[in-house]
Design a protein around this ligand. Structure first.
Ligand code: ADP
Ligand code: ZN
Ligand code: ZN
Length: 719
C-alpha cells in the first residue's frame, strides 16, 4: 500500500478514515489478527512524503495528533469514512460517424436519434446525456443501447468544479524602480541557489510589493518549480488575486473559504496532479499538495488570520510556510508594510534577510508621497456625545469636499472597540492591570474589572484616575449609526457599507468593491475590512472614526494590531497621482501608538513595543503556551484547570505560570472556559515545556464527558 493513501479501516464497530503513514514488514501482531482495509481512495493523489513529514512536524510543534495535522492537508470531507467518489463525471453523447443505415426500432430510440441529428445540424454536439434526455425523453439505458448498436458515441468526462484557471493573461511586466530591482535580484539569486532562504520584504503601502512577488514567481516558474502564495482572506483581497490571475492565467488555482466541498476537492486534485503549479489561498493553502515548491510568499505576514485557533492543528501558516520552504530548499518571502515583531526580530537576528522599500512607487517620474495624517482631537468636540454623533465637523467637511470634486473617501470604524472596556470620556484614560499592561475588562455579573491574563480584579472606578472627572463610560459605536449620521449631515451622499452584515452572502465583497471602483459611491465605510489591500486611485481621503479603539484590548498584541491597522488604512489614500490625506479622530491623540502612526514611524513603534514585550517575556522576547479548559459546568471546569496548574507547578518551575483565570470569552456556546498561560523565557528549551505539558496532561487523566483541554502554542489574539 502506497504511503500517503487515504484509507478506511474498521475500528471496533465503527469505520474510521486514515492515512497510510508507513509500510512495514510483517508486523509481530502478538496474537492479534490484522484486519483488512475497507476501502482505499485511489482518486485523490496520495499525500506526498514531504507533506507527511510536514504534518508530522506540525503535530509535534503545535501539540496535536498527526491525524489532526494530516487532515488539514486533505481536502475537507475526505476525512469522513464514507463514499469515495467525489469526482463528478458527465456523460457526453455524440453521433457515430459510421452509424447503421436503417433506423432504430424503438420509438424512444428514434426520438433520441432525431434530437441528436437536429443538434448536429446546428453544430451543437456533443451534448451531455442529461440535456439530451431532458429534450428527447428516454433513459440512460436507451442511450446505452443506441451506443451498443453503433448509432451513438459516449464519452465520460470528468468535471472540474474548482474553476481554477483562465487563459487570458497580461504578462506585461512593469519597469521596476530601484528598490524593487534590488529586492528581485536578491530573491532571484536565492532561487538560483536552490537552497532555503527567507526574506522579510518590508515595504510601505504602495511601494510595489505585489510586483516583486509577481516577478519572483516568474523567476521561480522558469526554473520549473511550483509556488504557494498566502493572502490573509481571499474575499478581502480580490485586487491582489486578480493581479496574479492576469499574470499567470491558468497556472493558478485560487482557494478560498467559501468554496463548496466539491470545488475544493477538484482544486486539490488538480494541484496534486500538477495542473495548477501556482496556488493562492488563505492559511489552509500552505498545506496544498504542490510538488517541489520553489517559492512560498506570505503577503501581509503580520495578519492574525494566519493563525488557526479551532480546531486543531492550531498552526500559524506563516511559520509553517517558513518550515515548508526550509524542508524543500525553497525561497520564502514574508511581506508587509508593518511586519510583526516576531518576524522583525528574526530578521534582526539574521535568520531572515531584510529587504526594505521605504518609498512609494513614483508616479509619472514624480516621487509619490505617503499621505499626510492629521489628528482630530475628540476631547475638544464636546457636543458630539450630547448629540449622539461620532463625526467631527472637520471630517464631515472634508468628506463633503471630496464629494464635490468627485473624489472618494474610505471611512474606518474599528470594531475592536466593542468589548466592554471602560474609558474616561474627558481624557481617554482606560484602567489597566498593573502586572500585565493590558486593559481590564468589565464583568457585568460581578460588576468589577478583571485582567484576562492574570485574573487580577479591581472595582469599577467612579471617577477617572488620570484627570479626576466622574466621566467613566463604555467605549463603542456602530457602522449603521455612522451611515445614518452621514446621510443626515451630507444630503445626497452615496454610501457603501462593508461589514459583517453586508458581506454575509457569496460574492458580496466583490460587488461592493466593484461598485466603489466604478465610482458609484462617494464613501466606502466599514470595519477592518476596508483597511486592507484596496487600491483605488480616486480615494484621496481616509477617515478613522475611533483611532484609539482596540488599543486597550486585553491582548499583548493590542497596540501592535492598532498600529498595523492605522498604517494599513492610511495607506489606502493617495495611491495614484492625487495626493492623499488622512483624518484620524481620537480621544487619546497623545497615545504613543497614535503618535507613531501619525509620523509613519514603524521603526519607532517597533522599538517601543519590543522593549515592552521583552520586559515582560512576551513574544518575541519569550514564548507563550495557552492551555484552555472548557466544559458545561463552571465549577468543574475551574477545578480541572486548578488541578492541572498544580500538576504543572512542580514540573515547569523555570517558566512563568499565570492563571487559571476565566478566558476572555468566559462562556462560549454554553461552555465555561478557563485559561492558564505559560510564559517561557528564551533560554528555556520549548521541548522541555512540551514534555512538562504532556506529563501534566497524563497525570490529570482523562476528563469527564463534555470537558476538554486544548493546548495553543504561540497563541494569537484574545482567547
Ligand atoms: P504594495 O503591495 O506595496 O502596497 P502595490 O504592489 O499594490 O504596492 O503597488 C502600488 C501600485 O503601484 C499598484 O497600482 C502597482 O500596479 C503600481 N506599481 C508597482 N510597481 C510599479 C512600477 N515599477 N512602476 C509603475 N507602477 C508600479
Ligand atoms: Zn494582569
Ligand atoms: Zn479622565
Amino acid at each position: 500500500m502506497r504511503k500517503g493513501r487515504r484509507v478506511v479501516v474498521p475500528f471496533g464497530k465503527r469505520k474510521l478514515a486514515g492515512v497510510v503513514v508507513d509500510e512495514g514488514q510483517e508486523a509481530d501482531l502478538k496474537g492479534y489478527k490484522a484486519k483488512e482495509l475497507l476501502d482505499v481512495d485511489m482518486e485523490l493523489p496520495p499525500l506526498s512524503e514531504e507533506l507527511l513529514d510536514l504534518t508530522k512536524w506540525i503535530a509535534k510543534y503545535y501539540m496535536c495528533s498527526w491525524g489532526e495535522a494530516a487532515r488539514s492537508a486533505l481536502p475537507p470531507g475526505s476525512a469522513a469514512a464514507t463514499a469515495r467518489s467525489r469526482i463528478k463525471t458527465v456523460i457526453m453523447v455524440g453521433l457515430s460517424p459510421n452509424a447503421p443505415e436503417h433506423p432504430p426500432r424503438g420509438s424512444k430510440q428514434f426520438a433520441i436519434l432525431e434530437q441528436l441529428r437536429i443538434w448536429d445540424a446546428a453544430e451543437r454536439l456533443p451534448v451531455t446525456q442529461t440535456e439530451l434526455l431532458a429534450a428527447a425523453g428516454g433513459t440512460s439505458a436507451t442511450v446505452r443501447r443506441l451506443a451498443q448498436m453503433g448509432f451513438l458515441e459516449i464519452d465520460v468526462a470528468e468535471m472540474d468544479r474548482s474553476g481554477g484557471g483562465s487563459s487570458d493573461r497580461d504578462s506585461s511586466r512593469l519597469d521596476l524602480h530601484k528598490e524593487q530591482v534590488r529586492a528581485i535580484e536578491a530573491i532571484s539569486n536565492q532561487l538560483d541557489s536552490g537552497k532555503f532562504g527567507c526574506f522579510l520584504l518590508h515595504g510601505v503601502t504602495g511601494s510595489g510589493k505585489t510586483e516583486v512577488y509577481l516577478q519572483a514567481l516568474q523567476h521561480a516558474r522558469k526554473t520549473g518549480r511550483t509556488a504557494i502564495v498566502l493572502v490573509p482572506e481571499i474575499s478581502l483581497t480580490p485586487q491582489t488575486v486578480y493581479r496574479f490571475r492576469s499574470r499567470f492565467g491558468d497556472e493558478v488555482a485560487v482557494l478560498h473559504s467559501r468554496m463548496s466541498q466539491g470545488e475544493r476537492y477538484d482544486a486539490w486534485r488538480g494541484i496534486g496532479e500538477g495542473r495548477y503549479p501556482i496556488v493562492i489561498g488563505p492559511r489552509s493553502a500552505i498545506l496544498a499538495p504542490v510538488k517541489n515548491p520553489g517559492i512560498i510568499i506570505v503577503d501581509e505576514e503580520h495578519e492574525s488570520s494566519y493563525k488557526q485557533y479551532d480546531p486543531a492543528p492550531r498552526y500559524h501558516a506563516r511559520d509553517v510556510a517558513v518550515v515548508r520552504a526550509m524542508n524543500n530548499g525553497a525561497t520564502c518571502i514574508l511581506g508587509s508594510a508593518t511586519p510583526s515583531l516576531e518576524t522583525l526580530s528574526n530578521a534582526r537576528q539574521g535568520k531572515y534577510t531584510l529587504l526594505e522599500m521605504p518609498e512609494r512607487v513614483p508616479i509619472a517620474g514624480k516621487p509619490a508621497k505617503l499621505p499626510d495624517i492629521h489628528v482630530v482631537d475628540l476631547r475638544n468636540e464636546k457636543t458630539l456625545r450630547q448629540q449622539n454623533r461620532v463625526l467631527s465637523e472637520r471630517l464631515v467637511n472634508a468628506i463633503a469636499a471630496r464629494k464635490e470634486s468627485s473624489e472618494q473617501t474610505i471611512l474606518l470604524l474599528n470594531r475592536r472597540g466593542f468589548s466592554p472596556i471602560m474609558e474616561c470620556t474627558s481624557c481617554g484614560w482606560v484602567p489597566e492591570c498593573s502586572d500585565c499592561s493590558v486593559s481590564m475588562v468589565y464583568h457585568k455579573p460581578l460588576h468589577h474589572l478583571r485582567c484576562h491574563y492574570c485574573g487580577r480584579t479591581a472595582p469599577v472606578p467612579v471617577s477617572c484616575s488620570s484627570c479626576g472627572q466622574p466621566t467613566m463610560d463604555f467605549a463603542g459605536s456602530g457602522t449603521q449609526r455612522l451611515e445614518e449620521e452621514l446621510e443626515e449631515r451630507i444630503p445626497g451622499i452615496r454610501l457603501l457599507r462593508m461589514d459583517l452584515d453586508t458581506t454575509s452572502t457569496k460574492g458580496a465583497h466583490h460587488r461592493i468593491l466593484d461598485q466603489f471602483g466604478r465610482g458609484e459611491a462617494d464613501v466606502l465605510l466599514g470595519t477592518q475590512m476596508v483597511a486592507k489591500g484596496l487600491d483605488f486611485e480616486r480615494v484621496t481621503l481616509v477617515g478613522i472614526i475611533n483611532a484609539e479603539a482596540g488599543l486597550q484590548l486585553p491582548d499583548i498584541r493590542a497596540e501592535e494590531r492598532a498600529f498595523q491597522l492605522l498604517t494599513q488604512v492610511a495607506g489606502r489614500a493617495g495611491r495614484a497621482n492625487l495626493a492623499g490625506e488622512v483624518l484620524l479622530q481620537s480621544r487619546q491623540p497623545g497615545h504613543p501608538v497614535i503618535q507613531f502612526a501619525l509620523r509613519h514611524d514603524y521603526a519607532g513603534f517597533a522599538e517601543y513595543a519590543l522593549e515592552a514585550r521583552s520586559l515582560l517575556n512576551y513574544p518575541p522576547g519569550g514564548k507563550l503556551f495557552s492551555i484552555v479548559f472548557s466544559g458545561p459546568k463552571d465549577e468543574i471546569t475551574r477545578k480541572y484547570a486548578e488541578q492541572w496548574r498544580n500538576l504543572i507547578d512542580s514540573r515547569l518551575q523555570s517558566v512563568d505560570r499565570l492563571g487559571p483565570s476565566p478566558a476572555f470569552v468566559h462562556k462560549l456556546k454554553n461552555r465555561f472556559r478557563y485559561q492558564i498561560l505559560l510564559k517561557v523565557p528564551t533560554n528555556v528549551p520549548s521541548s522541555h515545556v512540551r514534555n512538562g505539558i504532556q506529563e501534566a496532561n497524563k497525570a490529570l487523566g482523562s476528563l469527564s464527558d463534555g470537558y476538554r483541554l486544548t493546548v495553543d502554542v504561540d497563541p494569537a489574539g484574545v482567547i
